[in-house]
Design a protein around this ligand. Structure first.
Ligand code: G3P
Length: 218
């Protein structure tokens, strides 16, 4: 399973990239707005740090302008994945950009039917938002399972399931059990994945016993 980091913060990306666990980045207009910096500069800077796909979302809502913006975003770097919303216009843009050889991430997917459309439009990634479905009392992980079953029925589908709006280690583990290709998580959730209280207490005990032994390795 690949881990993408769901942030536009250069500091967080630089810091967590050192763990070797970051396979790509997803951004969205809300995450970019939080930084207060220029969108195009941020994407260029992220692409200098990360080799994997970096999602950059169009701001237009009509297909023609989405395609124009998509070409501009894709020209920043070969690893930009243009993010388009799951609307009829977004899917027209997805098809055009994919046909032109650009990676496309179709975002704001909330149903299996929408995911099928994204695959038919040639999306590289489809992003079902599981946390936001959970917020409504619906079953976000159930949607991932449904999409995974459908895509598995059609070996010709190359669209990868990018689990988005994942907010906890449990979301990550359950998505991996289902077989989702990628999960995108906030920096805080990636940090949580490393932690277990028994690791901390176990290490403390080992270090204390080692000190008592009086030995050194180097
Ligand atoms: O990048 C899209 C998605 O991951 C947003 O997550 O927590 O705002 O629903 P959230």
């Amino acid at each position: 399973m690949k881990f993408f980091l769901d942030t536009a913060s250069i500091n967080e990306i630089t810091s967590l990239n050192k763990t070797g666990m970051v396979d790509g980045i997803t951004t969205n207009p809300s995450l970019v707005a939080k930084t207060g910096q220029s969108f195009l500069d941020i994407i260029a800077d992220i692409c200098k740090i990360i080799d994997g796909p970096v999602s950059a979302e169009v701001a237009a809502t009509d297909a023609n302008n989405m395609i124009k913006e998509g070409h501009k975003l894709a020209s920043i770097s070969d690893n930009v994945a243009v993010k388009v919303p799951l609307t009829a216009d977004g899917l027209i843009a997805c098809k055009a950009l994919s046909d032109a050889g650009t990676m496309v991430n179709v975002t704001l997917c909330f149903s299996a039917a929408q995911a099928i459309l994204a695959a038919k439009a040639g999306a590289t990634f489809v992003s079902p938002f599981i946390g936001r479905l959970d917020d409504l009392g619906q079953d976000g992980l159930g949607l991932i399972s449904e999409i995974h079953t459908i895509f598995s029925n059609y070996p010709e589908i190359n669209t990868q399931i990018l689990v988005a709006s994942a907010r906890s280690p449990r979301h990550v583990v359950e998505s991996a059990k289902i077989g989702a290709d990628i999960v995108t998580i906030p920096p805080s959730t990636l940090r949580q994945l490393f932690n277990h209280p028994l690791t901390d207490t176990g290490l403390k005990a080992f270090m204390s016993d080692w000190e008592i032994s009086g030995q050194t390795i180097l």
